[in-house]
Design a protein around this ligand. Sequence first.
Ligand SMILES: NC(=O)c1ccc[n+]([C@@H]2O[C@H](COP(=O)([O-])OP(=O)(O)OC[C@H]3O[C@@H](n4cnc5c(N)ncnc54)[C@H](OP(=O)(O)O)[C@@H]3O)[C@@H](O)[C@H]2O)c1
Length: 327
Amino acid sequence: MKYRTIGTNPTTRREVSVLALGAMLFGSVTDEATSFAVLDRYVEAGGNFIDTSDNYAFWTDGGQGGQSEELLGRWRRSRGIADEIVIATKLGARPLAPGTGYVDNPEGLSAKVIREAAERSRERLGLAKVDLLYAHIEDHTVEPRETVEAFGALVAEGTVGLLGVSNHATWRVERARALAAAAGLPGYEVLQYAHTHLRPRADVPDGLFPDGSLGYAGPDLLGYLRAEPGLTLVAYSPLLRGAYTRPDRMPAEFDHPGTPARLAVLRDVARETGATVNQVVLAWQIGGDLPVVPLAGVSSVAQLEENLAAVDLELTPEQRARLDAVH
Ligand SMILES: NC(=O)c1ccc[n+]([C@@H]2O[C@H](COP(=O)([O-])OP(=O)(O)OC[C@H]3O[C@@H](n4cnc5c(N)ncnc54)[C@H](OP(=O)(O)O)[C@@H]3O)[C@@H](O)[C@H]2O)c1
C-alpha cells in the first residue's frame, strides 16, 4: 500500500491509503459476511480510509439510512479496531422522514443538525471522534456562517478531526473556507466529488443535482484544487459503478463524442500494461499531479483484489500524457 496525507494541521491531519474503500452499500445491498470479508481484506492490504454517510443506504429500504455506519460499528468492535482506521462520514443529506429523499426532504446543514447528526453518527460507528466529517450536499436555507461555526465547534471539542465537503459548487466551498479562515476556524480540507477518467457533459442534470451535474469535479473544481495547496480530492464513483466493464450501466451524461476517444486510450494502455481498464483508471488518478484519492465501492473480495492491484500499477509518463491529453 502507499499513503498520502490529508489535511495540513498537525493535530488533525492523517496518513491515509491512496485507495479509499466505499462502504455505501454495506449492511444493505451487500450482506454482513461479504462486507466484513471485504473490510478485513482491505485492512490486511494496508487500506485505512473507509467512506460512509449517515444516510447510507436509505434508498434501499425506504428508510433514513444508517445501516452502513452501524455495520462499520459492529465490524470495528468485533475486530478491536481503535483509531488506526480513518472512517469518514457525512451529514446533511439524510431524509428527515422515511420514504422521502434528500432532494425533497434533507436534514440540511443547520447548527442543530450538525451537532445532533454528528452525535448519532459517532454512536452508530462507536467512535469518540470522527476523523473526517463532510457536508454531504448544499443547503440553501442556512447561512454559510452558521454551518462553518457549527463544524468549527465540533473540531474545537475534539469530536471531529478534519472537515470535508461534497457536491457543492466551487464558489460555495471557497466562501465557506474564506469565512472559516476569517473567523480563525478550521475550514474544509477534503473535497469529495464524482470523478473518473471519462468526462461528463455538464448540461445533463442527473435528477439529484437539478442545477447541472454538481456532483462531478468539473474544470472549476479541479482548478481550485490545483490552486489551493493542502486540499485533497476524494474521487467517488471512479469506476462509474461498474460501467467500464458493463456498458449498459453507462450514465447518460457520458453519451457524447468525447467518450469513445477516452475509452480507446484507456483500452490501449490496459493492453500495453496487461492491466484492466478499471485498474488504469485508478492508477491514473493515484499517480497524477493533483492530490486525488479514488474512492471505489466493491461487492466482492475479487473486485477489491483487482482494485488493490492498481496501487502498484505504474504508468509511464508517455502513457499518462496520452490519458491526460485525450478529449
Ligand atoms: N459524496 C457522494 O455524494 C457520494 C455519492 C456516491 C458514492 N459515494 C461514495 O463513493 C463510494 C463508491 O461509489 P460508487 O459505489 O457509486 O461507485 P464505484 O466505486 O465507481 O462503483 C462501485 C461498483 O462498481 C463495481 N465494481 C467495483 N470494482 C469492480 C471491479 N474491479 N470490476 C467490476 N466491477 C467493479 C461494483 O458493482 P457491482 O456490485 O454491481 O458488481 C461496485 O459495487 C461509495 O461507496 C460511497 O462511499 C459518495
